[in-house]
Design a protein around this ligand. Structure first.
Ligand code: NAD
Length: 579
């Protein structure tokens, strides 16, 4: 066994991704994927359990498989493909140099067998995992991905409801939310980038103290009135503040609702998608909850759903008085309806999902959470690409603004990386330019491009990414599957298809992609093909579903005008029949 996999096998130690210019694998494509595998563990929440984020999202099935994956990547040739099945290394197959190096399918299960009980049973037996969106596809870059997404979302909300995103429009406004986990902790930080204040509720003192120490919140209190007083004192003084409140979200939200407080924005980012592991019911401290969810999982699930229903009721009350309320991608409403019964659905779903309400017009243009990772580990490489990206798209000044904010405010986590919402044509233009900088030696090592699975073509989740699609295709998984097929034909370096586990069982299907700019001329072609096919399919999907932004983008060659796709029209969407 090599030194690398021995390090991984110990598991107890903090894992650090490979850096520098020396290869351990036989080529940069495999080395890049190896570094990304290590990186998701370096920045992940519980690397000793291979858990990266979102409560149970894992990088590999178990430690034996983690070592097998590393061993395989170390000797993988460019005309070979490593096949992963639900986080286990099944085999290496001879393919072609232009084929993906890694193909991975995680927990894809036929509908009738896709329920959460069967998932937990198989997960306990070590037969399956929840791959998260980016955990098992080794594309997670730490909090920055969700920071960028939350920033974009709040920006759209500010423009829609508060007269614009300029700081003066947000200076005396505040957001009430909950959850300071891997994703949720991004909320106050993204809000602060726009000048918006916040109260964030968290049940686990360790999580809250960690965010306080990292500067993500300014103060931490355990009394809801004290939290509100601190907030209003700061707002009164014209200062921005981010207050952490130790407690249960359901109780805190109810308390504020009873007091008649009307936050400008109200949402939640506990891991409510998983009522067994992700949401603490009212009445338990963090330790008690963590112990009980193993001992009495059914009880915890039942009580968690009941508490979620209370929190949702409080959110609805605030929304009725004027708060902008939305669900932030964690299935909160699904759990509430499960507790309250189907007859509650009409009321509960007055809280819109964040995609349908705010981000869909961007996805329709193929604009979504793109990212790049400097495999050298050198922050100078990151600076060069940041400056390039900030200068390449003057027609969209929000890109340069985000990069400036991100450089200033986002702490380094793992390999230097940048999340940036780029669209169809923009992604490939940047990637080609970076490939040239790798070739010329201006960048010290190759750069990996990827994106979140919650992207224009990559995701079907009828309560998150694809809620309320105009053509009723909310639950249709053809698109992420087509996406994965297209990405494979393009020779992307890693192509993954994931389906939900635990709380997302039966709810989602996604496709993920990673591709390495290694500076070779032939790579430029693969980069262009893979990135344009991916975002292009997203545009086509939305054109087909009836979104004008997509139809415009498709006819104009995407955001940059140089990424042609041809939408063949609406003949099969039924639109003509309705005309
Ligand atoms: P996590 O498990 O790391 O964190 C959840 C946090 O919520 C924990 O700190 C937990 O202690 C806290 N919590 C649980 N119950 C609570 C309660 N009743 N009151 C107060 N705090 C409570 O999960 P995460 O990675 O932060 O993800 C959170 C959710 O966001 C997940 O459902 C995830 O799937 C979803 N998500 C959404 C997006 C998006 O695009 N909007 C992106 C990624 C993840």
């Amino acid at each position: 066994m090599t030194e690398t996999s021995t390090i991984l096998a110990r598991g107890g130690e903090r894992i650090r991704a490979g850096r520098g210019t020396a290869l351990r694998a036989r080529n940069w494509r495999a080395e890049a994927l190896l570094r990304m595998f290590e990186n998701v563990l370096e920045v992940g929440e519980r690397p000793e359990a291979l858990i990266v984020y979102a409560s149970l999202g894992k990088a590999a099935r178990n430690w034996d498989e983690a070592c097998r994956i590393v061993e395989a990547l170390l000797v993988l040739e460019e005309d070979e493909t490593l096949v992963l099945q639900t986080g286990a290394a099944v085999g290496v197959m001879r393919t072609r140099e232009a084929s993906p190096m890694v193909l991975s399918a995680v927990n894809n299960t036929v509908g009738r067998w896709a329920g959460s009980d069967r998932f937990y049973e198989r997960a306990r037996a070590g037969q399956t995992i929840w791959g998260g969106l980016t955990a098992a596809a080794w594309q997670y870059i730490g909090r920055q991905g969700v920071l960028g997404g939350t920033y974009e979302l709040l920006r759209v909300i500010a423009n829609r409801h508060f007269g614009g995103e300029a700081p003066e429009n947000l200076a005396r406004r505040w957001m009430l939310t909950a959850g300071m986990g891997g994703m949720g902790s991004a909320q106050p930080i993204s809000a602060s980038m726009l000048g918006l204040s916040s109260i964030t509720v968290e049940i686990d003192p360790a999580k809250a103290r960690k965010l306080l120490a990292a500067g993500g919140i300014d103060v931490l209190v355990d009394d809801p009135d004290e939290a509100a007083n601190a907030l209003f004192a700061a707002l009164e003084a014209g200062e921005m503040i981010h207050v952490g409140l130790l407690g249960n979200a359901a109780e805190a939200f109810e308390h504020y609702e009873r007091r008649g407080l009307v936050p400008d924005i109200v949402t939640d980012q506990t891991a409510a998608h998983d009522p067994r592991y992700g949401y603490a019911p009212v009445g338990y401290g963090a330790d008690e909850w963590i112990a009980l969810r193993e001992e009495q999982p059914e009880r915890i699930e039942r009580e968690a759903r009941a508490s979620i229903a209370r929190q949702v009721n409080a959110i609805l009350g605030m929304a009725e008085r004027g708060s902008v309320a939305f669900e932030n991608g964690n299935n909160l409403r699904v759990q509430a309806v499960e507790h309250l019964g189907e007859e509650s659905a009409e009321r509960v779903y007055r809280i819109p999902g964040f995609m349908e309400a705010y981000l869909r017009p961007l996805f329709a243009r193929g604009i979504g959470p793109f990212r790049w990772v400097c495999l050298s580990g050198d922050i100078e490489d990151q600076r060069i690409i940041d400056e390039l990206a900030a200068s390449l798209f003057p027609e969209r000044p929000e890109i340069a603004r985000w990069i400036g904010l991100a450089r200033e405010r986002i702490p380094q986590q793992g390999l230097p990386a940048r999340s940036c919402w780029l669209g169809h044509g923009e992604r490939s233009r940047l990637a080609r330019a970076v490939n040239e900088l790798v070739a010329s030696g201006e960048l010290s090592a190759p750069v990996l491009f990827s994106r979140d699975h919650l992207d224009s073509a990559g995701m079907t989740h009828p309560r998150i990414g694809t809620e309320g699609m105009r053509d009723g295709s909310d639950g249709v998984t053809d698109w992420p599957l087509l996406d994965a097929m297209l990405l494979s034909t393009a020779g992307a370096d890693l192509v993954a298809i994931h389906s939900g586990g635990g709380g997302y069982a039966g709810w989602m299907q996604s496709a993920g992609v990673s591709i390495v700019a290694d500076g070779r001329p032939e790579t430029a072609e693969r980069l262009t093909l893979a990135l344009d096919l991916d975002s292009g399919l997203g545009v086509l999907r939305h054109a087909q579903a009836g979104y004008e932004e997509a139809r415009g983008s498709a006819s104009q060659g995407g955001e940059t005008g140089d990424a042609p796709i041809r939408w063949l029209g609406a003949s099969c969407t039924g639109e003509e029949d309705h005309a």
